[in-house]
Design a protein around this ligand. Sequence first.
Ligand SMILES: [Zn+2]
Length: 119
Amino acid sequence: MFNTSVSRSFTFEASHQLTWHTGKCAKLHGHSYRLEVTVASPLKPDGVVIDFGDIKATVTKHVLTEYDHAHLNDFLPNPTAELVAADIAERLLGAGLQVSAVTVHETAACSATVHVRDT
Ligand SMILES: [Zn+2]
């Protein structure tokens, strides 16, 4: 009857460069990224979707250890916010987290969201 999800936010610092860009994003620059991970699944008997600590542990191990203080072009050929969100969603799904959405904020005003389709 309800579809319930929980979200947890994270931050990481990283640089990137979009060489195809016709504006200032073609220059090497950095962001204080904010990442929001949403997990959806049926409520467990204890009334939670997933322990927030479990989200933190998985995101830290599978995303932040590589992403924080990194140059994103070193492991993503075209690190747009959209493709960063997709890469993070793939990593978390691969780690067994039932991610329904991943949002990457490059600035306070600009973000990209990947929605994971139900299979
Ligand atoms: Zn940028």
